[in-house]
Design a protein around this ligand. Sequence first.
Ligand SMILES: *Cc1c(COP(=O)(O)O)cnc(C)c1O
Length: 430
Amino acid sequence: MLHTKNFSTIAVMNRTILIQLRRQALPVSTKPLLCFPRQYMSTAAYADARVLSEQPHEDAVTQALRILQTAPIAWSSSGSAAFDFRSDVVTKPTLSTLEAIIRCSLDDDVYREDAATLSLESHMASLTGFSGAIFVNSGTMANQLALRTHLTQPPHAILADSRSHILHWEAGGIASLTGAMVQTARPSNGEFLTVEDIKKKVVLSDDVHKCPTRVISLENTIGGIVQPLEETRKISAWARENGLKLHLDGARLWEAIAAGRGNLREYASCFDSVGLDFSKGLGAPMGAVIVGGADFVARARRIRKGMGGAMRQVGVLSSAARESMESIFGPGPSGYKDGGLLRRSHRLASRVAGMWIEKGGRLSRRTETNIVWVDLKAAKVEEELFNEMGAEYGLRLDGSRVVLHYQICEDAIGKLEMLFSRILGRVSRG
Ligand SMILES: *Cc1c(COP(=O)(O)O)cnc(C)c1O
């Protein structure tokens, strides 16, 4: 009895919603209610719903546009990102990204029917000179899936920079997903791996005591430092001679390119697979891509499915990724000629580095792209105190790594300068 009563109430509600929708009196968010199953609707309401679903959705679009123009929504400003130096992952998608999402296709990507995703993947393949590409939900998944795809079964090893993201910031994914042993190499120049550094640690021998290296994984940029193209080419030639696969964690490869240190195609041609992240400095809400050969990508597609990473109406993500890449990095393999908004954050980074040095601070690494490493130990300040003092100025900091991105505002740089002055105990000369 109770049920019947509820159903008729719902039927009345549905009819009311329909009438109000027609008068454009209700926000679009009520629309999902209309999806209530047919058996719970009165015949009249059902007939109305059918008519409505056959009409163009103009009312809903008009209302959505009205909301965009009048209501303060998160998409319309950088918000807290403007004062956030913890990472470039904090960048927020913009209204142009939202517009791309509104216009995107909504078909199923597991069936390989979604135009936005197919188009992004073929675009990424052609930008990088590969025959395949696969969209994934994060930079971590790009690395882990690529490594898993290159490998077969133990005993096998992955050789990587001892500081690399795949070893320290991916939750031990290599151990659980691949069973590979990890071999680490340290850059003798303190900045990036050379072919000599790698030769010292790699295992090519047939000695039964040893675990054979199968994949070398590089990272570019690494801690904001560019892995130069020249050295990458040497490593690549040597790896190919020795039958080793070469993967690039290119979460921030965009930054190396914006800094004028090579283009996507030049770097990609050195590798068997490259992962690129859309959600760092480019500002997409999420998403990354792996580019590689068609066979490699076909195998990755099956493994991604097994990991639960195949997504359905993924156009909402891939269209956002495409828009973010084109507006922030640029449309071609070299990005914008003048580096665009990424180059602006590099200029901000060198200003920040300069501010710190001018007040007597030291840097623990060079500033080449968008990351500044302030030496807090030398300044005799604990990371926690540095973060807390920053918060007094409304800044979000994460210790000695100060990351610049395109949504950082001028005001935040001014506040950071005041903080530096206080910490280093001197008044700026400038
Ligand atoms: C951020 C980052 C990743 C992982 O990206 P998520 O999208 O956060 O999973 C991988 N490698 C490097 C070098 C990164 O900076």
